[in-house]
Design a binder for this molecule. Sequence first.
Ligand code: AMP
Ligand code: GLY
Length: 403
Amino acid sequence: MKVLVVGSGGREHALAWALSRSPRLSELHAAPGNPGIAALANCHPVHADDQASLVPLAGELGIDLVVVGPEAPLVAGLADELRHRGVAVFGPGAGAARIEGSKAFSKEVMDAAGVPTARSLAIARPPCVVKADGLAAGKGVWVCHTQAELDAGLRAAESLGQPFHVEELLEGEEVSLFALCDGTNVVPLPAAQDYKRIGEGDEGPNTGGMGSYSPVPRLSEAELAELADAVCRPIIEELARRGSPFVGVLFAGVMLTDDGPRVLEYNCRFGDPETQSLLPRLEGDLLETLASAAAGRLSEASFTASESSAVTLVLAARDYPARGDSGSPITGIEEAEASGALVFHAGTALHDGRLVTNGGRILNVTALGDSIASARDAAYAAAAHIQFPGMRYRTDIAAFSRA
Ligand code: AMP
Ligand code: GLY
């Protein structure tokens, strides 16, 4: 099969890595990809949001399956356009991607499907959470404990110029749940945990994610299946009932509160950096699985999650998340890989044949182990080989395993 991966981050590098292990793969392409992906695929200089160029590119290359990484092209209808031209896609059409693209739509579907979520509040009073309605690249949510935080949150939400809503502030542990969907069938994947804040101890501003691990030991397999039944299956059924079947991966951000699980948000795609911890744990043929989902025949796919654990560290630029870095030389990746870790490129570029920084989150280092503690040790040992000016990473990813 000829496969095209759309996107350029660490998630897409992990997808390309896992797809490249499939015996069914004949050609792997990426748009636009990155220097890490270029070692596995032919990269084409077409941006993930450039639908007008991506659709003909898939046609010219004779692509059998497009795997879309980021949310923006899905929300903009890339999958619809490709399907319209007869190209199979792993990723939902615009109608189903609204589950991520509009918080108001997502709340409405949750209510209709009977999924537990945070209560909407008519009056903004702390503690509460202010959320912009549309896509805001992780920057549209303000968790407000005090009146000062609420004032600042409301000001920031208004300045985005889109509608926003206010909901109750929930307390608990957050988990990322993933379910593969073919429009009808739902197959849960292992859960993962993400670290959203920039600083140790979950201090500082939100980021795209600073690290992840999988599995989540506090959730047994039975609890995970129960959660998928409570928060993924009803959404898939509701979207199908509305004529927008969801094909792709439904990602539920869930808070495990004292009163039970509550959904914080749905995403219409794989998580980043959760995917980097998830995919190396899967045994089986990812290409076959994603192609089966795209064809509406997910029940035929066979894969299992291994017993191993995975920990992913995000190596970020000095001033991330305020700003990224570009042009600083990166060294030590080969040494990190030689230690047995996987190094996924997230924000890199090649300048005159030299690998340099090009973004906020620069690299992801993923290690496997027979426990989270051993995966964690291996990931930190591997990351110690890598250097670029200003490199920063959290030192407490998966540190609970020491407790
Ligand atoms: P979202 O984009 O909706 O997932 O929000 C981003 C982050 O904000 C989440 O991962 C949570 O850490 C936090 N958050 C969102 N909604 C709530 C809520 N109702 N209560 C507490 N924290 C929340
Ligand atoms: N890691 C969170 C996300 O991908 O949205």
